[in-house]
Structures are given as C-alpha cells and as structure tokens.
Design a binder for this molecule. Structure first.
Ligand code: SAM
Length: 330
C-alpha cells in the first residue's frame, strides 16, 4: 500500500470506542462531550472485515486503542479474533491501565504481549487531578500484573505538560532505571481539548532530554532493535534496566516515515492524526458494499495522505485539530 509520497502504509490504529473511564484534562472533558451511540460505532465484525481486507492489501500491524479499549464489552474476544487474521503480524494495545489488573491475563492469553500504558504522573494527587478522578494505585497494580505475566515490551507513555509533570521527569527516568520498561515522553499536540492553553502547556522534548542528561548518562540507540519503536527516539540509560524514549510530533516532524492510518470508532479512516480528512467506511459497510468497494475506499484514504501535517508550534500560527483524541484514537 504505497501512498503518493512512496511511503508504505502498513499500520492501522483502531479505536474501538470513544468512551473512557478517565477524563484527562487535555484529552476528554468531563462535561459537554457527546458520546457516540451504540449504532454509531463499528461492530466488531465490521472492524474485522476492514482489517482482513486491509491485510490483503499489505497491512501488517494493528494497534487497538480508544477511548479506553478495555471498557468496551467483548474486547478480549475481539483481540483474539484479530490475532487470528492470517497475515496480520502484530497486534498491540494501548490502555490507561485502570482495568489492566483485571484483564491482563485474558489479554495475554488472547495473544497480545505488547502493551502501552498511559501514565502522566507518578504522584497520586496529581494523577487524580489530570485524569479527573483516576486512581494511580489501580494503574500501578495493572502495570505490576502485566510485568508479572510477562508482557514485553511494556511501554509507559507520558504526555509532557509544562507546569504539571516537568518536575517528575527524573522520577519517570528512575522508573526506567529500576524496571525493564520503555518510558516514553510524548509532546502535547494541539488536538481537541489540548488546544485550550496549549502554548503554556506545550514543552519540547529537548528540554526533557537536557534535564534527564544532567542526572543520567544517556546513549541513543541508533539501530533500533525493535521496529515497534516507530518514530520514537530511544535512549538506553547507563546502568538501567529499561529505556527512555521521546516522541516529538510537534518539534520534529516524522511525517516522512509515517506508515499509518487510523480507524475511528465511528468508522472513518483518518488519513493523518493532525488533519481533518477522513473516508467514511461505515456508510459503505452499512450499505452492504462489496469487498472490492471497501478496498477502493481504503486505497482512496491512502492516496489522501498528506506529505506532512502543517503544525507550526508558534502561538501565531498554531494549526489545530478539532476532534478530541478520545474520538480519533491516540
Ligand atoms: N485510553 C487509552 C490510553 O489512555 O492510552 C487509549 C486512548 S488515549 C486517547 C491514547 C493516548 O493519547 C494517551 O496516551 C493520551 O495521553 C494521548 N493523548 C491524548 N491527547 C493528546 C494530546 N493532545 N497530545 C498528545 N497525546 C495525547
């Protein structure tokens, strides 16, 4: 599946719900969010059909996300069904970890061993605040359970927010020293809810790298041993068990290596996280389209992929993306 710029598109992020058991302040407001109805979201069979067709076209990798994927009923059977699609090499999951302790064993038994867990603070009160009510202990128990069961790699994703968790950077680094986790800092993107106060909240990765290198000796891994690292810049911490990563969508475009599409929970193929273009697959599916027609729509989405997003991180020129991340799937 080559796009107009000769990039091979072989990765799909699938959001299975726009619902979430957290309300992170930059992602999903507590009030005023209109949730998609039962009929609006794709049925699991519809997602399996889309993925199967895309695999026939060259898709090899799927990440299941949301909203919070673990809150949708039947998700374990769904990921087990995904794992059975012939030719699909890699299925992984992104979760906030709140329900992980309960589901980790089932997820692992369904055949998923790669998991990303979002965690923006290691401080109980701050975690409660940023998530609007989340329980840090539940997440930490979930992570411990995942480690015990043998998930690998375990990646901890932390959105860097100035004035909120910049003073915890070394604590997160210490986590990567003590545990065999890959702790990754992600630059805040001007998506949906994060647009309000964005220029005060945004912090470029360079500042974090600087802070961490004052305490730890970092060695950048140039030849990534793991293709799953995607656009992240990965560093080994001297003497540590884990790794530190930085994902810099704002300060350092990685569009030239973009290999992905996103399937939103309401059945739209989104061609770039930071652009509004989407191709409606649900409409076609519900009008009983043929596999060939579906394939044509997937190809159309691939050809719509822009060369790069046009985020410019200055207050004057800030381009925004209006859909919330919880509806797109991060
Ligand atoms: N509920 C799951 C979770 O928490 O991982 C999956 C969905 S969540 C939308 C996926 C990721 O997107 C989370 O790590 C979240 O922090 C991140 N995210 C949401 N809004 C963001 C923004 N404006 N900039 C950067 N990351 C964002």
């Amino acid at each position: 599946m080559l796009d107009k710029f000769n990039r091979e598109i072989n990765y799909l992020r699938v959001s299975i719900t726009d619902r979430c058991n957290l309300h992170c302040t930059y992602c999903r407001p507590k009030e005023g969010i209109s949730l998609q109805g039962h009929e609006d979201i794709l049925r699991y069979e519809e997602i399996i059909r889309i993925v199967s067709i895309a695999v026939g076209m060259g898709l090899v990798k799927v990440r299941v996300t949301g909203g919070e994927p673990l809150v949708r009923r039947g998700f374990v059977d769904f990921i087990a069904a995904l794992k059975k699609i012939n030719g699909l090499k890699d299925v992984s999951l992104t979760t906030n970890g709140i329900l992980l302790e309960e589901f980790a064993r089932d997820i692992f038994d369904a055949g998923i061993c790669r998991i990303n867990i979002s965690l923006d603070s290691l401080n109980k009160d701050k975690y409660f605040r940023i998530t609007n009510g989340g329980n840090l202990d539940a997440v930490l128990r979930g992570i411990a359970r995942a480690e015990e069961i043998g998930f690998s790699p375990i990646k901890i994703n932390t959105v860097a927010i100035k004035g909120f968790n910049d003073n915890e950077v070394l604590d997160f680094a210490q986590l990567a020293v003590n545990k065999p986790f890959q702790v990754r800092f992600i630059e805040l993107m001007p998506v949906g809810q994060a647009n309000s106060g964005y220029s005060e909240d945004y912090m470029p990765a360079t500042q974090l790298i600087q802070k961490i290198s004052e305490r730890y000796e970092l060695e950048q891994l140039k030849d990534k041993k793991n293709k799953s690292d995607g656009p992240a810049k990965i560093f080994k911490i001297k003497g540590g068990r884990g790794e530190i990563g930085f994902i810099n969508p704002v300060s350092d475009y990685f569009c030239s290596t973009c290999n992905r599409l996103r399937l939103t929970s309401d059945g739209k193929l989104r061609v770039c996280l930071l652009k509004e273009e989407e191709v409606d697959l649900k409409k076609a599916l519900r009008e009983n389209c043929s596999d060939t027609e579906l394939e044509k729509l997937i190809r159309e989405a691939i050809l719509l992929k822009p060369k790069q997003h046009d985020l410019i991180c200055t207050e004057m020129h800030l381009k925004k993306c209006y859909r919330n991340m919880s509806a797109i799937g991060g």
